[in-house]
Design a binder for this molecule. Sequence first.
Ligand SMILES: C[S@@+](CC[C@H](N)C(=O)[O-])C[C@H]1O[C@@H](n2cnc3c(N)ncnc32)[C@H](O)[C@@H]1O
Length: 228
Amino acid sequence: MDFVKLILVFVEAALELVPKECWNHRAVVSDARRRNKRPDQLLLDRSYHHAAMKNLVDAHKRGRPDIVHFCLLTSLGSVLSKMGLLEVYVHTRDDKLIWVNPETRLPRVYERFKGLIEALYEQYIIESNGKKLLELKDGTLTDLLSTLRPDKVVLMSEKGNRLTMKELGMLLTSYKRPAVLVGAFPRGEFEERTVKVANAIVRIYDESLEAWTVTSYVICSLEHMLGC
Ligand SMILES: C[S@@+](CC[C@H](N)C(=O)[O-])C[C@H]1O[C@@H](n2cnc3c(N)ncnc32)[C@H](O)[C@@H]1O
């Protein structure tokens, strides 16, 4: 077995600051007032900004920071991560890249998670006791993969080839540093540029699943194969 580490990337994540065209909408203004922030400092969140999002391009894929929150909690809390066998990144639909230190203890409460990510968008780095916990950079998924140089890129999609958990575990452990891409958006299709970077497309069930369910399935497939 060649396996060293899994690179898990949440791609096209529905995570972004409120775009300019929504700053003056009353749903955004009242949320900003409630949170004592400016509209441009808020994360776009459909639970609060639904009415303001009506005319946004790709609105159905946007404004769901809770998806990344769940996926990160699932990944960072896993045995695979605690054993140092997991590296986690977030790629957002507007091409920001977030590196997450596996030792980061993310807020469990969603509103506090949003506050942390909003601070990250202002400061680019979040540190605690001199240790970097989160880092935000501009960059595409292709930029990230050309830096990380995985030896296999597997895209998780309901349109891929069906594999069992055992087959997925066997596939991933046959590479040193495989990257697995999971879409962190609620609905819709992957962009063509995301599909193009993949060497394999894998389906684990014949219907669409939530991103965090797929995340835990991928992690379990490896933990099981490695006997973690
Ligand atoms: C809610 S889905 C996004 C909706 C989209 N129709 C889709 O599945 O591509 C969240 C993500 O979980 C993964 N996913 C969902 N269903 C899957 C399945 N049956 N097999 C493999 N991955 C799946 C994909 O990476 C997907 O982008």
